[in-house]
Design a protein around this ligand. Sequence first.
Ligand SMILES: [Zn+2]
Length: 77
Amino acid sequence: MFCSKCGKEQQEGSRFCAQCGQEIGKHAASSTVPQKKSGLQDFGEMAARTAAESVKSQTRSQISRVVGDIFRTIFKR
Ligand SMILES: [Zn+2]
């Protein structure tokens, strides 16, 4: 599961984001990580959309940073 606000990956069972304090699962309807799905690209698009939504009032460079964090998290595995 990933934070819906900052995109940080969360430990299973966490109620609040360790990074920004956002309540995990508050907007979790579509943020469940499709771990069994092999389509990394699909997930990347979803993550980018989620990040863009969560920071849509902020600047594009901040969006890029959040998306970058998400991708680093993915490829670290
Ligand atoms: Zn967060």
